[in-house]
Design a protein around this ligand. Structure first.
Ligand SMILES: *Cc1c(COP(=O)(O)O)cnc(C)c1O
Length: 472
């Protein structure tokens, strides 16, 4: 070992860390507009203090969502030029099919325009009115398609998932006792499948362990129940298994992903997340009878079974994205960046959901603004404050998103009152994360002077997208 190596090692120990960076460099940039406080004040007023109503041109760092917001690689852009836009049998479809078979391990593939297209097909194919679908926490579009097909979703996630401060390493796990109780109550014949998501978006991007999915498989086999996976952020889930579960530290992400999928009977995918494209989705299945049904339904709702609503070039970019998404260095830097932001905030004792999940930091607005009642919308207020301070756009996940109780007409009061900072993949730098953290800190320092918001316009459906507020 050279002296220099020794010196570097000692420095590493002294500082308690060794830095690493993204496995890519920047070839093309997209300028973003810097705004003045006065411009932001005006834009926020025009948007009714709702970040969904801001124009993206008025946003500096956009952390509204990680959906469709990833940066594609030079290889993916080159792939866009190889689009075979034949109506039937496009070569890009066969490339996509091969990539899904290689990396996820399923036999049959149906392309769709995005994740909810795949959810629609599988729900229509296998759910009958009166069926029950147990799952590890609901997701908005997933549950809606299950309900539209006549099913009822039942939450069987572990209790720890509902507690923002609980440090459990696999808060996405299925509670097998809860699942057993559902089977005993409704009968296995009324459960078309278990709806398993890895990671669990609504719980804060929390993972499922390999041990849990293996045990789930055993339980389901006893009753002949199938398991379908929401694979939207399954690559990120594989990273947490590699990091936290005994026996997986030396296994590549790709191998962990494939093993996990092997315990399930099929998967639907929002390729706009893990798969590094701006649009696209797919459904993959192991049983030929279900595949036949879905391949027939896709021509009704999405497009022919060799494009499913995507252009040939989209399928090419997606096939390449799948391969890039499972590279260990990519996933490590993706989650490393989310974690970097989380650690900065924790150093300043800013309350966030723990442990930090795969795709976002969730600020705990209840603890951030303990003096604000939930009825003055603390998480919405925090999203507005962040935008005013720095032009950072975040999203409310609390009382506004939860909507009203259809029976009483009152606000639903969810346990979690969160402001989500969602990190797009391969888009922002560490310096951007510093700006975000400093902006949160500045809102935190002003927290006692912060008063809430009053809702002045409320649409009937999914109100969080379009409702308007004014400051109290
Ligand atoms: C985004 C998402 C979906 C829906 O996918 P779209 O591509 O937006 O239609 C389904 N499940 C999860 C977990 C998601 O995050």
């Amino acid at each position: 070992m050279t002296d220099q190596h020794l010196h570097l090692q000692t420095m590493g120990q002294q500082h308690g860390r060794r830095s690493w960076a993204e496995p890519w460099k920047i070839k093309m940039v997209e300028p973003i507009r810097m705004t003045t406080p006065e411009e932001r004040q005006q834009a926020l007023r025009d948007a009714g203090y709702n970040t969904f109503l801001l124009k993206s041109d008025d946003v500096y760092i956009d952390l509204l969502t990680d959906s469709g917001t990833s940066a594609m690689s030079d290889r993916q852009w080159a792939g866009m030029m190889l689009g075979d836009e034949a109506y039937a049998g496009s070569r890009n479809f066969y490339r996509l099919e091969a990539a899904i078979r290689d990396y996820y391990g399923y036999k049959y593939v149906v392309p769709t325009h995005q994740g909810r297209g795949a959810e629609h097909l599988i729900s229509q194919a296998v759910i009958k009115p009166g069926h029950t679908i147990p799952g590890n926490m609901y997701f908005t579009t997933t549950r809606l398609h299950q309900e539209l097909a006549g099913g009822t979703f039942v939450d069987v996630i572990v209790d720890e998932a509902h507690d923002p401060a609980n440090p459990h390493p696999f808060k996405g796990n299925v509670d097998l006792d809860k699942l057993q109780a559902v089977i005993d109550r409704v009968g296995a014949e009324n459960i078309p499948y278990v709806s398993l998501a890895g990671t669990v978006n609504m719980a804060g991007g929390q993972p499922v362990s390999m041990e849990n999915v293996r045990a789930l498989r055993t339980l389901c086999d006893r009753y002949g129940i199938r398991i379908y996976l929401d694979a939207t952020r399954m690559v990120e889930n594989a990273f947490f298994i590699q990091e936290r579960e005994a026996g997986y530290a030396d296994k590549p992400i790709a191998a962990i992903l494939k093993e996990f999928c092997s315990y399930t009977d099929g998967a639907w995918m929002s390729a706009k997340k893990d798969n590094l494209v701006n649009i696209g989705g797919w459904l993959a299945l192991n049983h030929e009878d279900v595949f036949d049904q879905c391949r027939n339904l896709v021509v009704v709702y999405e497009g022919l079974h060799t494009y499913g609503g995507m252009a040939g070039r989209d399928m090419e970019a997606l096939a390449i994205g799948i391969e890039e998404a499972v590279q260990d260095d990519h996933v490590r830097s993706r989650i490393g960046q989310v974690r970097y932001l989380g650690e900065l905030l924790q150093e300043w004792d800013i309350p966030i959901v723990q442990p930090v999940g795969g795709h976002a930091i969730f600020l705990d607005a209840k603890r951030f603004y303990p003096h604000l009642a939930q009825d003055v919308f603390p998480a919405q207020t925090l999203a507005a404050e962040l935008y005013l301070d720095s032009g950072v756009r975040s999203m409310e996940r609390g009382i506004v998103s939860a909507g009203r109780d259809p029976e009483t007409g009152d606000h639903r009061h969810p346990k979690l009152e969160l402001t989500r900072l969602t990190i797009p993949r391969r888009v922002y730098t560490q310096a951007h994360m510093d700006v975000v953290a400093e902006s949160v800190k500045s809102a935190y320092d002003r927290r006692e002077q912060t008063r809430g918001l009053r809702m002045i316009y409320e649409p009937k459906y999914l109100r969080f997208f379009q409702c308007r507020f004014e400051p109290i």
